[in-house]
Design a protein around this ligand. Structure first.
Ligand SMILES: [Zn+2]
Length: 270
């Protein structure tokens, strides 16, 4: 079984001393390709460096380059230039993480929208897919995306946590949906159980969002308390059971979907 983790924060300091071992554990668990999330210009540069350092084959590690809505207050005219340069790199496969977060509002909303729109324009210009973040802002995000959708190749709402209305608004825009271990959280993720059935094969991808979102159904619980890509099979198990399909079937179509979305190579099983 081969899985693709479409969202891993490998630059996170909690992984600083464990990155190689973490990737070995991921590969052993069947997570054979991973897309590192870039959340600021500096972070995206670091993600690119990690791809090169930790995967000489060029077939396993890839990254996104973008500015997260939390960091949108730091957006300058130079940011678009720097991102454009990064996005020319072979290993960088999508624009993002970008989007809207009206839950934490760490940057003013007007600035979040400006940074998002400039990154969408970059994606259109360069013909790259988009890796989107959204919390408590689905209506506004859908409104903005409507203006760009026809000229965008593809876009995924990563770590989808919204309700049925949000999901259908995104599917109407022909977006992809990323599901994380949020669905394993009985306190706040149970509303996703009936919803994952409505995501068509070919639009559904899986992600760890590690070190965040340790699946709460995981047994035994890891001592570190951190999530890592090796636990992605737990998300697979949970999503497959709520979709009423086998883990093999879900692994098959979500991996094909991720490879298409990020233009990843097929690789042989270990
Ligand atoms: Zn996010």
């Amino acid at each position: 079984m081969q899985l693709v983790d479409i969202g891993l924060n490998l630059t996170h300091p909690s992984f600083a001393h464990d990155r190689e071992a973490l990737l070995t554990r991921a590969y052993q668990a069947g997570v054979c390709q991973l897309v590192l999330t870039g959340t600021s210009v500096a972070d995206s540069e670091q993600a690119l460096t990690l791809c090169r350092q930790l995967d000489e084959t060029g077939e396993r590690l890839f990254a996104t380059a973008g500015v997260h809505p939390h960091d949108a207050r730091e957006w300058t005219p130079g940011s678009a230039r720097q991102l454009r340069d990064l996005l020319q790199e072979e290993r960088i496969r999508a624009v993002g993480e970008c989007g809207l977060d009206f839950n934490r509002d760490l940057s003013p909303r007007t600035q979040q929208e400006k940074a998002l729109e400039e990154q969408l324009a970059l994606a259109v210009e360069l013909g790259k897919p988009v890796f989107l973040h959204e919390r408590d802002a689905s209506q506004r995000l859908a409104e903005i995306l409507r203006h760009y959708r026809d000229s965008l190749t593809a876009a995924v709402v990563h770590c989808f946590t919204g309700d049925r209305q949000a999901l259908f608004a995104y599917l109407d825009l022909d977006l992809h949906i990323g599901i994380t271990g949020w669905i394993c959280d009985e306190r706040r993720g149970s509303h996703l159980h009936p919803l994952v059935r409505d995501i068509p094969a070919g639009r559904l991808m899986l992600e760890s969002d590690a070190p965040y979102l340790l699946p709460r159904t995981l047994r035994p619980k890891p001592k570190s308390g951190h999530n890592e890509p090796a636990f992605l099979p737990e998300v697979l198990r949970e999503v497959a059971s709520h979709r009423g399909e086998s883990e093999e079937a879900l692994a098959g179509h979500s991996t094909t979907c991720a490879r298409r979305f990020f233009t990843l190579p097929e690789i042989s099983a270990r």
